[in-house]
Design a protein around this ligand. Structure first.
Ligand SMILES: Nc1ncnc2c1ncn2[C@@H]1O[C@H](COP(=O)(O)OP(=O)(O)OP(=O)(O)O)[C@@H](O)[C@H]1O
Length: 312
């Protein structure tokens, strides 16, 4: 039997009907999406949405109840997957008694494709002394060493669970620059959960939005932005939705006096006497999260229907 050439899969992650049920209920349910390789993808959602559960499924810390998850075309439980990804959570899994140099040496011994030069470059850029013990470093310095360990592994997929939450704004800015530069150089796919929407808007060219354990939105950031409009105009005396907006999906609307404002998912041009604005990503995300009944939006590259593809 020949081993499939997983290096060429166009999809870093493919989820089909993926679900995880705990005793209390479903943490993630019927999730189907694709993350194309080479993207820097923001994983967004409110507290308890299922973000950590999804990252846990991708790193096999959590076992799926339903569906399947593939990493570069290979089922996540295949031994071929492990060397392809690195995971960095909020709790940095580092040995406090090790020095920085010993930590990098451990990375070298555990990982066959270890890139010592890249790991050292990341540590050196933060002036972290290599003889210092991990336990004596500041939170920011520890995060930098954890990044060095993750990038030194030369992963094709980097999974990050709010990795910068404990950093000050300056360190966060520096670390996100580092992340983007290293990812761009190697074509690494990044899936990163964060509550910092503006940070994600700056860094991510792809988005995966989850709430209530379900995928709400997924796709190229630019495309998602271009599909929405924030319109303002006169409200209907009847209190009904203005007829001119009928072809579009109204995500959220409000009236203030005689004025009507709506966030639209547009289907072509918006006709009528409307003042139309490009919403920010934050405005779009908040509108979706406040309106759980809105149908999910997945751009074509994010849609996954393996069953239909197999049947075709
Ligand atoms: N080990 C567990 N046992 C039982 N329920 C769990 C477990 N882990 C997570 N859950 C539940 O699953 C749901 C999703 O949790 P998850 O940690 O994936 O959310 P999240 O989006 O990462 O949240 P946050 O932004 O607060 O970190 C929550 O309702 C949570 O209480």
């Amino acid at each position: 039997m020949t081993t499939p050439d997983t290096t060429r899969s166009p999809w870093a992650l493919e989820a089909q009907g993926l679900g995880k049920k705990y005793r209390r209920g479903w943490a993630l349910q019927d999730c189907s999406f694709r993350l194309p390789a080479g993207r820097i993808c923001g994983l967004v959602g409110p507290n308890g949405a299922g973000k950590s559960t999804l990252l846990g499924l991708a790193t096999r810390l959590v076992e799926a109840t339903t569906g399947e998850l593939r990493v570069f075309g290979v089922p996540v439980d295949s031994p071929d997957v492990m060397p392809r990804y690195a995971y960095l959570g909020q709790e940095k899994a580092l040995f406090k008694r090790f020095t920085v140099a010993e930590t990098l040496r451990m990375g070298q011994e555990l990982n066959p494709h270890w890139d010592q030069a890249a790991a050292e470059r990341i540590v050196r850029a933060g002036d972290v002394p290599s003889h210092a013990r991990i336990g004596t470093l500041s939170g920011g310095q520890r995060t930098r060493v954890a990044f060095a360990l993750a990038f030194g592994k030369r992963p094709d997929l980097l999974l990050l669970d709010e990795p910068m939450a404990d950093l000050d704004p300056l360190a966060r800015n520096e670390m996100s620059g580092l992340l983007m530069a290293e990812a761009a150089e190697r074509g690494t796919t990044v899936l990163m959960s964060s509550h910092m929407l503006t940070e994600l808007e700056d860094m991510c060219d792809y988005l995966l939005v989850i709430s209530g354990g379900r995928v709400r939105m997924a796709g190229e950031t630019e495309e998602l932005l271009s599909l929405h409009k924030l319109v303002t105009g006169a409200r209907e005396e009847s209190g009904e939705l203005p007829a001119g907006l009928a072809p579009h999906t109204v995500i959220e609307n409000r009236t203030s006096g005689r004025q009507f404002t709506a966030m639209l998912r547009t289907e072509g041009p918006v006709y009528g006497d409307w003042q139309s604005m490009e919403p920010t990503l934050e405005e779009i995300l908040l509108a979706y999260l406040r309106s759980p009944g809105t149908p999910p939006l997945l751009t074509p590259s994010a849609q996954c229907d393996r069953r239909a593809e197999r049947a075709a």
